[in-house]
Design a protein around this ligand. Sequence first.
Ligand SMILES: *Cc1c(COP(=O)(O)O)cnc(C)c1O
Length: 390
Amino acid sequence: MDISYILNEYAEDRENYYRAVSPPIVQTSNFAFEKVDDLRKSFEDEYSTWLYSRGLNPTVEILRKKLAALDAAEDCLVFNSGAAAIFAAVLANVKSGDHIVSVKGVYTWARKMFEKILPRFSVTHTYIDGTDIENFRNAIQPNTAIFYLESPNSWTFELQDMKAVAELAKQHQIITICDNSFCTPIYQRPIEMGIDMVLQSATKYISGHSDTVAGVLTGSKAMMEKIFNSEYLNIGSGIQPFNAWLLIRGLRTLPARLERITRTTGEVIDYLKKQELVEEVIFPFDESFPQYQLAKTQMSGACGLLTFAIKADNIDAIEKFCNSLRHILMAVSWGGHESLIIPGCAGIKREAFISNSREHRMLRLYVGLEDADYLISDLEQAFKSMKSLS
Ligand SMILES: *Cc1c(COP(=O)(O)O)cnc(C)c1O
């Protein structure tokens, strides 16, 4: 399906609502029935009727169909956060005694689920370096149920060869789940490479305006129905109509925003690479990236997030750089209109800083929709403040 068609028309039933271009927000908790038998049918098969908005809702339905089509998936569920999508996808596919192989460096709340919640139910995990398919093969146990991927991850951008991982998983009846938040389906479609389920934080690029928290999960109709009838309805973390409507609005401009951000990211990277205080820039579409070839093969684009290591022999210099920024905001998240930075050293105690740790000197930058020159001059003055300190 053509992406422009998906974003502008597909799944929109305009004849049903006054031919309004923008769909209505069906802000209702419940739906009424005329006959007992209709209500009975709905109880028997909630997944194909309007019953209650913890389950299905017409505004959410438009969004689900568009997001499934973008991922070339049969079906989709949308959650009230990316973390909820992760939780439901994993929980639905493990039982006590199972084992999960996860790539290391995955999103914080995926990690916390593996480390803190699942062990309470005797579900174990192994973290591997996902850049080598042999590590997946070697980590498989008789009880391995899931390969959990994130390609690229959102700090250092390591990739997994998805076709190879999917093939190996199929040989062992292992379910593959990939977090595709970095690329979105505009730049990468894991299902077309054989991955079973794809998730993304819609808080990031799909929303695009830093005003909604949401998560997307796509996969086969059978799998989505199974999750709907258990985790989705039971945890009650489905997206609500107004937030779904905001995401439909976000989708309209998704390719335009990514295109713009891609261009600006390129200019910011060119600038950073010329700075004497920058030791290294990490970005999957940069030729220096160790998996550059694989990135070019399985992704059609990359933008927004990049990490650079700053040369500094003390933490004060890095803090001075960050505190001096006037326009680039210091905040978590990304994918919105505004550029953001997070220094790795914010995640450690000041006393723990080691200047020869590259990780401690890393800064993750998200490039938003501002002009490149505007961002570069902000970085420039922050480098100057940092230099004035030494
Ligand atoms: C933000 C994020 C998530 C979690 O999404 P929320 O919407 O914040 O719950 C998952 N994976 C990645 C890579 C993320 O950046």
